[in-house]
Design a protein around this ligand. Structure first.
Ligand code: ADP
Length: 341
């Protein structure tokens, strides 16, 4: 290969490349390296620290040189979204016998982010399952240890065991739904949808729950509703989750479901007059297991997965979902779905 061509390739690489002489002088840095790290002036055979201003990089290079490149190293650059790079060192001997060391700096930020999400997810799932399981075990053991004799205690404990078992079931169901949505194993089947009929039937299903809390359930359907193609069961799950949350997190007042036309799209709002969501929590509210108040959510039978499922389904319909809220006043979740006509 011609030198010019090789240089063009190295210039375009989205990997940092450094060439260091066996006397630890810097011979070459490619544009990606210069862009990623603080570099002053040209390598031109200078000492590493004269050109590279990032102390962390110098330390990593020194470590690799002393271990002869056997151990890849990790560098985190703070301040630019915490970029993480993996550094590797490869000794190279040319035909003429001169030896150089080539360092490669590969951006692994995205890989690390995905790894962390997976790790957190497994930790969260284990924790969420262990909590109800510990309660079930505790109450069952107390009953076996003699509390069986007392009828009132027996009923009380069995009710608690039943509640925790239901929570575990809900959690496992939500986990399966989420995993199937994420791995596209739950193909959507789109059909022309009667949104008014769907909202009506969801509202009817919640009448008792709302009445028990003295909450007024209202449905408002605009006069001109755009036609949409949607997966009926999945969209029903979205509205059920949003109305369920609206009732759960409202102590008194109203929950209103509104469907109307917005820029040729269907927009559905689920509004409540409940406890609201603090501004700082809003950006994370659709994350798996993110809750404003863990204790409260669990007490109300929540799994912390409802909104993550909702977001997936809406995105699967090429729609958007967002939330506006005022703590103490109420919350409005809104989503849009493009019209097909
Ligand atoms: P959960 O099962 O905990 O309700 P979700 O994913 O459905 O899980 O919701 C995540 C969190 O968002 C809830 O724990 C709650 O803190 C907050 N939240 C959701 N809907 C509302 C609402 N209508 N009003 C206030 N907070 C809400």
């Amino acid at each position: 290969m011609k030198t010019g061509l090789l240089e063009a390739v190295v210039n375009e690489l989205q990997i940092g490349v450094l060439v260091i002489s066996d006397k630890k002088k810097l011979l070459y840095a490619n544009p990606f390296f210069e862009k990623t790290f603080s570099v002053e002036g040209k390598p031109d055979g200078k000492n590493l620290s004269d050109v590279i201003k990032d102390k962390a990089v110098i330390e990593v290079i020194e470590k690799m040189l002393s271990s002869k490149g056997k151990q890849p190293q990790e560098i985190t650059i703070q301040g630019r979204g915490s970029q993480i790079l993996e550094a590797r060192l490869v000794p190279f001997a040319s035909d003429s016998g001169s030896r150089v060391l080539i360092c490669f700096f590969h951006d692994v930020t995205e890989e690390k982010r995905v790894e962390a999400i997976k790790r957190d997810f497994v930790a969260n799932v284990s924790h969420e399952l262990r909590t109800p399981l510990a309660s079930i075990k505790g109450y069952a053991e107390t009953l076996l240890d003699g509390a069986l004799e007392d009828k009132a205690t027996l009923k009380n404990f069995l009710t608690i065991i039943d509640r925790h078992a239901n929570r575990m079931t809900a959690l496992i169901e939500d986990l399966l739904t989420l995993s199937m949505l994420e791995s596209h194993q739950m193909p959507m089947s789109f059909e022309s949808l009667d949104i008014k009929g769907l909202i009506n039937s969801v509202i009817q299903g919640f009448e008792k729950q709302a009445k028990d809390k003295d909450i007024e359930l209202i449905m408002n359907i605009g006069r001109e509703i755009p036609k949409i193609m949607a997966d009926k069961d999945r969209l029903e799950q979205v509205i059920v989750n949003l109305v369920d949350n609206a009732i759960k997190y409202t102590n008194k007042g109203t929950v209103r479901v509104l469907a109307e036309k917005s820029d040729d799209m269907l927009q559905v709002n689920v509004e409540d007059t409940g406890i609201g969501i603090p501004e700082k929590d809003i950006p994370r509210i659709f994350e798996r297991f993110y809750r404003v108040d863990k204790g409260r959510s669990r007490e109300l039978g929540g799994t912390g997965l409802g909104l993550a499922i909702v977001k997936h389904i809406i995105q699967g319909h090429n729609g958007k979902i967002w939330v506006k809220s005022q703590p103490g006043k109420g919350t409005t979740f809104s989503f849009t779905i493009p019209s097909f006509s």
